[in-house]
Design a protein around this ligand. Structure first.
Ligand SMILES: Cc1cc2nc3c(=O)[nH]c(=O)nc-3n(C[C@H](O)[C@H](O)[C@H](O)COP(=O)(O)OP(=O)(O)OC[C@H]3O[C@@H](n4cnc5c(N)ncnc54)[C@H](O)[C@@H]3O)c2cc1C
Length: 805
């Protein structure tokens, strides 16, 4: 056993072996894998081995596609077989909503380059005669679906890695991890200590315990999962061709051929998190007791859908645990606040995702960043809010909803409310319908009297449509109030603050009392953030950005933070408040303060520390609604006091509350982009129009400068554009393909109905040469081609006179 390595990967399941393989593939051969027992001693050995490309996140889907295509490469390198069966798969739809769901998925697949198809009940029957298609309206066929041999595949990864220089130490549990002052790790194992520059937690069922060894809670939990293997069936063994996989969402089941019989697995509603207090160290080679009573209803449903099952004998029943994060996606990347400790766990579909996850982590370690945006699986998408109990509640919900329709406007109820602000109770009294992001409740909209206090999940315009429209009009016609608690906020102070910010931000820094907008770039020139920078006082700056990117941004800042002269604090939860926006916003603010807030005293993009009511507030003249507006921040303890001041004075101006749905509608008619929709680490400043906030001429050698300057000389091939869509009763959501002359030429990043302008709007990328005012495209919404006209001037207030008035 080596005593020093560059990387120690802990865990010899499919994920750890994939990481090991990819590190060697990218040129880091001085790596080892340490396994407690034998390879595949966790979830991996009892997996059903199914794989598929479907995922609601396009980058995750692409990584799943990469994983599936990798198996041939592994077989060729290692000489071992993965036991591949590329049989294709069909997801059944038995209601109009499910048809909408698969049509929306099919539309997204077009721009992802996935060759899925909507097929008829007759075609389903032809491909899989064992399906009773009564009540089935159609299906989504994916030719890439299939299954493999879990053990063979894991060994193929391991052998390929060994052939490229990696070492594997079996029967050697890691019992302790201690960090040295230089950030490297002493990895204590049964057979001695290995000094590793980096450690990867690929501990699967024991990832929680490996996190605890370094004082970290990883938001994941194991769930029990059962599948049944039948005896041989004539409906199967008399066929020449292998049956395709069938996903039957209404029955919560998946079914595939296994030898001459079938395998059926059930995501049962009656389910429980497993091993609440941790996974036993001696667990691994046994199965859990069967709990057939839990899947009785689902089996009955399955007997109707697949009549041949009714008389089939059961050869074996597998009940095993595997881990999930609250949203079902993996937890990958550097753990915020911990140097050289990498997470690669909560991979719930190791045979669909393991390859892509291993590749992304290896790229991150070797190249400093993954080659595509991986926020959907970044461990930093969760923060401290995510307690153990909340994690369990969300994991359970995610398991239960594994086969449910995910609606774009859906808010999942488990574990809520968790975090709230003092204003929560006030909004409740005003009939707020809430959503949640990053553990925090926010108002989506206010339900009028007599209407239900919930939004009906739908792919089409929902019951909230009229109420959201009224909120938008209230803002544009008078003044609206909305909470600004769900921004990530950071206070940067100290003598070195300006110099540091100049090196981290790619835009111009503001003078005292002023506000600027700035992109933050990665070394390769991709967007890492879109920040509002407010210069509050000498050596004092407030940064504002996406609420859900807090851990991502803190991890980034800390990576580049100098040891001296700069103090950085995340003040997202301690400094909150409201924004007021609309033509009467200034009059309202003036009524709440004795300070001069006239245009000359407080122009657009200025910031002041002034009294508002009884509160010492930070007020910045900026509004994401694109209207005359102010964000007013106060200490969290004073939020209610601030509210009463604004509400009391607001009566004279017909002040109305508005929620996030209205806010998103208002920003659309200004063509303002949004973080993780239009702006994310896949895109560059010039692609997104963020170049207008860049300071290309500044002296500071800011992160990403070389790449940004290069982009100036080599303009991007695609660019963000806005479209008015001739929609009927469904607006775009994201990832719909944009067509021109019968070809897919781009994709939607976000959109919706711009209520004040009374237009359905889409934002999306198309080839730069196609960006011509008035050009006509088509956007596929729920399987229907809708005409879409490109526009370049915002629909509302194109000269920005209101905002700057
Ligand atoms: C019943 C069932 C059916 C499934 N079906 C499918 C399917 O059809 N398709 C699919 O893609 N996925 C399926 N899965 C999920 C799949 O099994 C997991 O996604 C995958 O196995 C996760 O692999 P892993 O490497 O992350 O974790 P694990 O397989 O749990 O591996 C972790 C490894 O780390 C080792 N380890 C932990 N702690 C230490 C330590 N301190 N020192 C040294 N070694 C340590 C363990 O011994 C273990 O070998 C199924 C799971 C179950 C339970």
């Amino acid at each position: 056993m080596k005593t020093h390595v560059q990387v120690a990967v802990i865990g010899g399941g499919v994920v750890g072996c994939s990481v090991l393989y990819h590190l060697t593939k990218l040129g880091w051969p001085d790596v080892c894998l340490i396994e407690r027992s034998e390879l595949t001693s966790g979830s991996t050995w009892h997996a059903a081995g199914g794989f598929h490309t479907l995922n609601s996140d396009p980058n995750m889907a692409a990584l799943q596609g990469y994983t599936i295509n990798l198996y041939k490469e592994l077989e060729a390198i290692s000489g071992l077989t993965c036991g591949l069966h590329h049989v294709g798969g069909i997801t059944l739809a038995d209601s109009p909503e499910r048809m909408d769901f698969i049509k929306a998925a099919r539309a997204m697949h077009r721009h992802m380059g996935l060759d899925t198809q909507i097929i008829t009940p007759e075609e389903i029957k032809e491909l899989s005669p064992i399906v009773n298609t009564e009540g089935i309206l159609g299906g989504l066929y994916d030719p890439l679906d299939g299954h493999l041999d879990p053990s063979g595949t894991t060994h193929a990864y391991a052998k390929a890695a060994q052939m490229q220089g990696a070492e594997i130490y079996l029967r050697n549990p890691v019992t302790d991890l201690n960090q040295r002052p230089d950030g490297s790790w002493d990895v204590t194992t049964k057979n001695g200590i290995i000094h590793a520059e980096h450690v990867v937690n690929a501990g699967g069922l024991w990832a929680r315990e490996l996190g605890e060894m370094v004082g970290v809670f990883l938001p994941l939990h194991p769930m029990e999962h059962q599948y049944l293997i039948t005896d041989d069936l004539p409906q199967v063994f008399t066929r020449d061709q292998e049956l395709p996989h069938i996903m039957d969402p209404s029955g919560e089941s998946y079914l595939r051929q296994e030898g001459k019989g079938l395998v059926i697995g059930i995501y049962e509603q009656d389910c429980d998190p497993w091993a609440l207090d941790g996974t036993r160290w001696d667990f691994g080679h046994e199965l859990l007791d069967n709990k057939l009573d839990r899947i009785g209803d689902s089996l009955e449903f399955a007997f109707k859908r697949f009549p041949c099952l009714e008389t089939a004998g059961i050869k074996s029943i597998v009940n095993g645990p595997f881990t999930f994060a609250p949203d079902g996606n993996p937890l990958v990347g550097p753990i915020p606040g911990l140097q050289n400790y990498w997470s690669c766990c909560a991979v719930m579909a190791g045979f669909s995702q393991g390859g892509g996850v291993g590749l992304s982590l290896a790229e991150w370690m070797v190249h400093g960043e993954p080659s595509r945006d991986v926020f959907a699986m970044d461990v930093a998408r969760y923060g401290d809010y995510c307690t153990k109990a909340y994690t369990r509640n969300k994991v359970r919900e995610n398991y239960q909803k594994r086969f449910s329709i995910s609606y774009p406007n859906e808010e999942l109820p488990a574990g809520r409310p968790l975090n709230t602000t003092p204003a929560y109770a006030i909004w409740q009294q005003q009939r707020a319908v809430f959503g949640q992001g990053y553990g925090m409740e926010h108002v989506n909209y206010f339900a009028p009297e007599g209407e239900p206090l919930e939004e009906t999940p739908s792919f089409r315009r929902s019951n909230a449509f009229a109420a959201i429209g009224n909120e938008c009009r209230a803002v544009r016609n008078s003044v609206g109030i909305n909470e600004v608690h769900n921004f990530g906020k950071y206070l940067v102070t100290g003598e070195g603050a300006r110099a540091w910010l100049d090196g981290v931000m790619a835009g111009k820094l503001p003078q005292i009392g002023r506000v600027t907008l700035s992109p933050m770039l990665s070394p390769s020139g991709k967007l890492m953030g879109d920040f509002t920078i407010s210069h509050l006082a000498e050596n004092e700056y407030q940064l504002t950005a996406s609420f859900s990117a807090q851990d991502l941004h803190m991890r980034w800042f800390e990576q580049y933070l100098p040891a001296l002269n700069v103090d950085l604090k995340n003040i997202s939860m301690s400094r909150i408040g409201f924004q007021i926006a609309g033509p009467k916003a200034r009059e309202l603010l003036a009524a709440c303060t004795r300070f001069d807030v006239s245009h000359s005293a407080m122009p657009f993009l200025s910031v002041r520390k002034i009294e508002v009511g009884q509160c010492d507030a930070v007020v910045q003249r900026i509004s994401y609604t694109g209207d005359l507006g102010y964000e007013i921040y106060v200490p969290v303890e004073q939020q209610i006091s601030l509210y009463h001041t604004l509400a009391n004075e607001g009566m004279a101006f017909d002040l109305k509350p508005f929620g996030m749905r209205a806010m998103m509608s208002l920003r659309l008619e200004k063509s303002f982009g949004s973080w993780m929709r239009e702006y994310k680490p896949d895109y560059t400043p010039m692609e997104t129009g963020m170049d207008r906030f860049m300071d290309y001429k500044k002296e500071a050698d800011y992160i990403g400068k070389a790449a940004a300057l290069k982009e100036l000389t080599e303009p991007p091939k695609r660019q963000l554009a806005s479209f008015v869509v001739d929609a009927i009763d469904a607006d775009v959501v994201a990832d719909e393909p944009i067509w021109k002359d019968g070809n897919v030429v781009g994709f939607v990043t976000s959109g919706g109905y711009a209520h004040f302008s009374e237009r359905s709007v889409a934002l999306g990328f198309v080839p730069a040469q196609m960006i011509v005012e008035g050009a006509i495209f088509e956007i596929e919404i729920l399987g229907e081609m809708r005409p879409a006209k490109l526009f370049s001037k915002p629909l509302f207030d194109p000269q920005s006179k209101r905002m700057q008035s």
